[in-house]
Design a binder for this molecule. Structure first.
Ligand code: UDP
Ligand code: MG
Length: 187
């Protein structure tokens, strides 16, 4: 099957744009290509416990102040079908049905964040799955105690990021924009 649209966004399209750009110096062109090839997007969701506990601003702020770019944001109570697809890799695990019940029990804040290295960095900001093993300074290390109430989800790799972004968002829900201070974030 053809790759989903968001894949074209961050790999093919951006690289093609950079290659086709005319009238630009080689150095600048190479810089554009580097940016295009390292551009990543990841899916992050504040789970129902994080929403109920009033932690939306705190959690959003961790990614915002880090310097990543928010390109998608919405609140929804996931359907059972969405939850089962999202956690499909865990369908044979004993915690699966409880996990689906939990994630569909109330509103979730779904987000897409963009930036160089954002997939791995988001996982670091989030911390270990078991909050008692998560380092202080991480979201789970600072804000949670229990594996079944670990407040946040983040894609664990580039394939899952593409899959999850396409599962949770329509393409027209993602906003391509440039923060006015971008030159102060990325050299
Ligand atoms: N989970 C659970 N019990 C377990 C293992 C996992 O409730 O024994 C839940 C937990 O909410 C976790 C999610 O299932 O965040 C997905 O598990 P995974 O191993 O993918 O952890 P994550 O990627 O969220 O760190
Ligand atoms: Mg996972």
């Amino acid at each position: 099957p053809p790759p989903p649209p968001h894949f074209f966004f961050h790999a093919h399209q951006a690289i093609a744009d950079a290659q086709e750009s005319r009238g630009l110096g080689d150095v600048y062109k190479r810089q554009l290509l580097n940016i295009a090839m390292t551009l990543e997007r990841t899916f992050v969701a504040i789970k129902p416990d994080g929403v109920q506990r009033g932690l939306i601003a705190e959690i959003l702020g961790r990614f915002e102040t880090k310097g990543f770019k928010l390109v998608g944001l919405k609140q929804l109570t996931p359907s059972k079908e969405l939850a089962e697809k999202h956690y499909g890799v865990h369908k044979d695990r004993p915690f699966f049905s409880g996990l689906v019940d939990f994630i569909t029990s109330g509103p979730v804040v779904a987000m897409v964040w963009e930036g160089e290295g954002v997939i791995a960095s988001a996982r670091k900001l989030i911390g270990a799955t078991k909050p008692l093993e998560a380092e202080p300074g991480t979201i789970r290390g600072d804000l949670a105690v229990n594996i079944g109430r670990n407040v946040i989800h983040g894609s664990d790799g580039s394939d899952t990021a593409v899959f999850e972004i396409n599962l949770w968002f329509q393409e027209n829900e993602l906003v391509d924009w440039n923060p006015s201070d971008q030159a102060w974030r990325v050299e």
